[in-house]
Each structure stands twice: as C-alpha cells, then as structure tokens.
Design a protein around this ligand. Structure first.
Ligand code: GLC
Ligand code: CA
Length: 560
C-alpha cells in the first residue's frame, strides 16, 4: 500500500451530478506513468504516488487507460479480465487505494472499457477454442466457416483496422473475426450473455467508486452478420448512416440505453464518454443523455495550427453539443496520435479532397526516423502552449494526455526491435505505430530513467527527455508545466456557464472569444505580432513585450 501525504493542493470532491461537463480530464497511460517496483513498467502504486502532482496540476478527473490483465499485444487494449488488475501493475486493493487518494484530492476517476473485443487470453476465448464449432462458447465471438476448398480461405476479404486480414483461422479450421489485432477477437454483441457481462463489469467498477467510463471504439460493437456477408468493396460502398453492417449502427444505442440505466442507479450518476469515430452529424446520438452522455470530438487531432480551422472546429462542435444537450470535449493529444508539440513543429498536413489528412499527421516524419522534413521543435512547443491555453479557455471539457503539460515531443527514433505497437508490425513501412507518444514520463532530470523508476523504462527514453523533466520545470516559472498549473487554477476561478461569444480581433489570423464575467481568450495563429485587446492580463503562453500580442501566442484577459 502506498501512503500519500495530504497535499496542500487537495480540493473537495464536487458532488454536482454534472461535474463532468467542464472538467479537465488527465489521461494516464498507466504503464508509462510511474514505476514503483523497478520492473520498467508503470504501475498503480506509481500513479497513487503522483496524486499530489495531479492535484497541484489542478485536474478535475483522471482517465486511466487499461490496467487490466493483458498480454500487451495492443498496449492493454487487449483485455484478458475486465474485473481485475494486471498483477504486474498491482492489485484490486491498490486500485481501491488509488481511487480513495484521488477522491481525497478532489479528483474523479474514469476507467477505460473495451467492449468491442477481448484478448485472445480471455477465459471466454480460450473456452471457445476448446469447445469447438457450434458451441455456446463460440457464440460469444464471431466464428464462421471459411470459403473455397476445405474452407481454407477466409469467410470474406475484410481487413483489420491495424492492417492485414480481418479473419484468423483456428486449429479446427473455423475462422474468427477481429477488427484489430489477431489477439483481439471481436465479441458478438447479439449475444445476451455478452451484454450481461459488461453490465456486470460496469457495476463492478462503479461499486468500487469509479466515477465514469471511456468507451473504446464505441461505434463498432453491434454488427449485422446476415449471410451472405458482403465483400470489402461492397462494405466500402455502403453508406454509414446507421444501417452499415459493421460501423456506427443505430442498434448500438440499445446497448448504451441499458448502460445508461445502470449509470443512473448511482449517485452521482456514472458518466461515459464515447470514442466514436463517426460522421459529425451522428455524434449527438452517442452524446445524448439517453446514450453515453458525451462523445469525443477529435477534430483538433487532425487540424493544423490554423486560425480558420480552429474557429470552424469550435463553432461546429459547440453546435453539435447544443444538439445533444451534452458538452463537447477538446483533445489535442492522446495515446493514439503523434504528440501535438511535434505535429505543430512539422509542415502542415497533406489533405485529401475531404479536407482530412491523407496520412496520420506526423507519420511521414516518423517513417523517416524523424529526420525529414526537419522538425522545428521550439516552434512546435510555442504553438502547443498557445493551443493548450486556447483550448483550456473553451467551454466543455478538456482532455489532457500525460506529458503534454511538460511540452513533451514525440519520440521518433525508437529502434524497430524495441517497438511494441501492433500497427507498426501489421503495416510495415506504412505506419510507425504509436510507441513514440507512449514513452515513460521524465520526472527527474538526473535520476535513473529520468525518475520513472529504478529499473529502466519499457520503451527507450531519449537523452533530450532530461530537459522536460518535472523537477526542472518545477523550478522554472516560465516552464510549460507552470503555464498549465496557472491556467488550470484560473480556469477554476473564472469558469461559469458554457456561453461563448466571438470577439472580432481585427485580423484573419487572430481568434478571440469572450466567456461570461469578461474573460477573454485571444490567440494569434500567425507569425507576426497583432494588437492585444484591452483588459487585465491573466496569463499568456509566451512572454509579452509591451502591448502587442506576439505571433503563435494565446493570452487570457479580464475585461472590466
Ligand atoms: C482505440 C484505442 C486504441 C486501441 C483500439 C483498439 O482506438 O484508443 O489504443 O488500439 O481502440 O482497442
Ligand atoms: Ca512496475
């Protein structure tokens, strides 16, 4: 058991049922946060030991990426048991202690639920393999006979999101479907037993004091597998309008309506946020109070540091949130994308006819080992600070990804032999995978593994991590960490209702808005200085020189 000294920054846990609407939620990737027993893997006691850090940072909630028993074929998103803790990360008692400490510091707890697939090490899948064709155990997954002579060809030509075939053959000749890695068999959501088991999981964690859930690939669970199954080309030609056989089906909300009833049994009601990669017009379905209640808005993950794009994204998502009655969510980085300090130091993304990046932004740079085109690291950080301060001024909730408060960059040069992400192995030469944003955090510049733990780090940390260490930034009032602390503190003081009105800043490259109480947020996306609106300066992402607003800078002001 880890004991944590009471922190001077502890706040009282708000018991308002809508605590989540404008919460700042800090995403912890447990295996890369803090390691207490020196095995190179971050663990639950490690997170507990850093609760005072999280309290001082000023976050309202912590979202824990999966910490369940797992083979780590997909960084823990291959869950072998939804109601336990990976023994390498700790015990259920450690989780209870973490929840208690977070609550004692006024911080809510959100855990990740992965309902589309289990790990192939899950007892259910092992049972399905043993029980054989036609068994009830196989009915929990998506097993089919193959095609061609001896059924040696897969049932269809469907592909996995991670690259390669979507079907895998088992010893007795049947095939199972996996949207992701081979080790992540998709569950059969038409099976009532599957539905009942997830309700049990939601109750299990809610009873332990967990306040909310992040729902992994929430748009993929239900499927129409009526024979004959369509081909890949046929699938791709079908509209994704609620009737598509595999994606964003209307009937998935029957599942969430049942979950909602469970969430509402608790006080305060448990919350949920959907990771749903769907057309914007369909986001309100997931965000509605009858369904999950909130849905991620990932638009900023794909945007350049550009005034027009940011302005449009804010307007669109506030309108969508109004449609569902929920609040929107701002995300600049997470465990699946190139860190935004790095994206913003690279040339703008190349875009297709639909305006979306043709490749994950920053991927080309990773593929070149981080050498071409050159990264302007300083510019990336400057813009990252400006973007963060912009986002933290917006109504809605803000999701921060561990390390962004340090201005941390993506690690490009992880040797192939040390990479872990299946997307790297399943699509060689196309995707470098997501390991570069999952490298263990630097806590102390001069300690072993930069203070992550005494036994090294499970992904290699580069030398330059020292510069970003928490202990150095702690001493430096101009550090990115100091900026985040100040912004989060002010946000608590200033934030009232969710209104926003645009302010004309007199220049295309400058975006400004006002929140109730005369709180003005202004960002200069351009490179040259612009006039600064009147008001008392509260915080700025870059040092101000005289009365101007420098390029690539955000300032918060208070109008009297
Ligand atoms: C989500 C997760 C990602 C994971 C995938 C499969 O997109 O964010 O990390 O690989 O689902 O579970
Ligand atoms: Ca450990």
């Amino acid at each position: 058991m880890t004991t944590v000294a009471p922190s001077p920054h502890a706040r009282v846990l708000s018991d308002a049922p809508d605590w989540w609407r404008q919460a700042v939620v800090y995403q912890v990737y447990p295996r890369s946060f803090a390691d207490t027993n020196g095995d190179g893997l971050g663990d639950i006691p490690g997170i507990t030991s850093r609760v005072p850090y999280l309290a001082e940072l000023g976050v309202d909630a912590v979202w824990l990426s999966p910490f369940y028993p797992s083979d780590l074929a997909d960084g823990g998103y291959d869950v072998a048991d939804y109601r336990d803790v990976d023994p390498r990360l700790g015990t259920l008692a450690d989780m209870d202690e973490l929840i208690a400490q977070l609550h004692a510091h006024g911080i809510r707890v959100v855990v990740d639920i992965v309902p589309n697939h289990t790990s192939d090490k899950h007892a259910w899948f092992q049972e399905a393999l043993e029980a054989g064709r036609g068994s009830a155990a196989r009915e929990r997954y998506i097993f089919r006979e193959g095609t061609g002579p001896d059924g040696a060809e897969p049932p269809t030509d469907w592909v996995s999101v991670f690259g390669g075939a979507g079907w895998e053959r088992v010893a007795d000749g049947q095939w199972y479907f996996h949207n992701f890695d081979v080790s992540q068999p998709d569950l059969n959501w038409a099976n009532p037993e599957v539905r009942a088991d997830f309700v049990k999981t939601l109750r299990f964690w809610s009873d332990r004091g967990v306040d909310g859930f992040r729902i992994d690939v929430a748009h993929m669970l239900t499927k129409d597998l009526t024979e004959p199954l369509p081909s890949r080309a046929e699938l791709e030609a079908m509209p994704i309008d609620g009737t598509h056989p595999l994606l964003d089906r209307d009937d998935v909300h029957e599942v969430y309506a049942e979950w909602r009833a469970v969430f509402n049994e608790y006080d305060p009601p448990r919350t949920a946020v959907a990771e749903a990669w769907v057309h914007p017009s369909r986001v309100p379905l997931y965000a509605s109070a009858e369904s999950l209640g909130q849905s991620f808005n990932f638009d900023l993950l794909e945007a350049d540091f550009d005034a027009g794009q940011f302005r449009r994204i804010v307007a669109d998502n506030l309108a969508l949130a109004a449609e569902s009655g929920s609040s929107t969510t701002w995300v600049l980085s997470n465990h699946d994308v190139v860190r935004h300090a790095t994206r913003y130091g690279l040339p703008d993304a190349e875009r297709g006819a639909d305006g979306r990046p043709t490749l994950k932004h920053g991927n080309e740079w990773l593929l070149s080992g981080g050498r071409t085109p050159a990264l302007d690291a300083e510019r990336g950080e400057r813009r990252a600070r400006a973007a963060a301060l912009f986002v933290l001024g917006l109504p809605g909730s803000a999701y921060l990804y561990q390390g962004e408060e340090l201005g941390l960059h993506e690690v490009a040069d992880i040797p192939d032999a040390e990479r872990q992400d299946p997307t790297f192995f399943r699509s060689p030469g196309v995707d470098m995978g997501r390991d570069g944003c999952r490298v263990p955090l630097p806590w102390a510049a001069s300690d072993a593994a930069f203070g992550f733990g005494a036994g090294g780090a499970h992904l290699p940390q580069p030398e330059w991590f020292a510069r970003y260490a928490v202990d150095l930034q702690d001493q430096d009032p101009a550090s990115t960490l100091a900026l985040y602390r100040r912004a989060l503190g002010l946000r608590h003081e200033l934030q009232a209702d969710e209104e926003l009105s645009w302010v004309d800043a007199g220049s295309e490259g400058v975006v400004a808005f006002e929140r109730p109480g005369g709180w003005v947020v202004v960002t200069n996306f351009g490179e040259s200085a612009a006039p600064l609106p009147d008001g008392e300066i509260l915080v700025s992402s870059r040092e101000l020189d005289g009365g101007a607003l420098p390029g690539e800078t955000t300032v918060w002001l208070r109008r009297s």
